[in-house]
Design a protein around this ligand. Sequence first.
Ligand SMILES: [Zn+2]
Length: 158
Amino acid sequence: MAEVESFQLDHTKVLAPYVRLIGTETGPQGDVISNFDVRFVQPNADSIGMAALHTIEHSMASLIRDRIDGMIDFSPFGCQTGFHMIMWGEHTSEKLAKVILSALTELASPEFTWDDVPGVAEKECGNYKNHSLFGAQEWAKKIIAEGLSSDAFTRKVV
Ligand SMILES: [Zn+2]
């Protein structure tokens, strides 16, 4: 069995919310991608409901791309405590934490409405009925209030 870095992480030692660089990989042409653990919720203490998680996923797909170039993917963990963020090139967790915090702040604002959530029509999404902007905004407010750290083990709130 291949060793998977995410399963080597001691989930009992981390202090969410945080952004953590999992690692970088270099492809055969020399292109570098970096993979981040964007942990919004303390593992095994709570989890984001599927509808809110789904709306956070859709919203962040555009809110992050509005703020930084090179995002390949921002997709939820099956444990529903956060997201994988995959980027072209190398980036610091501090820089990405600031970008994500800014995106969450827009998501949480009352000016951000259902019309701003992309891809939620039946032909655009695989489970378009399972969304909650209310839940997404409540979680965004909670994460902002707790502070997003650029370190998984020591609180370094950006
Ligand atoms: Zn969807």
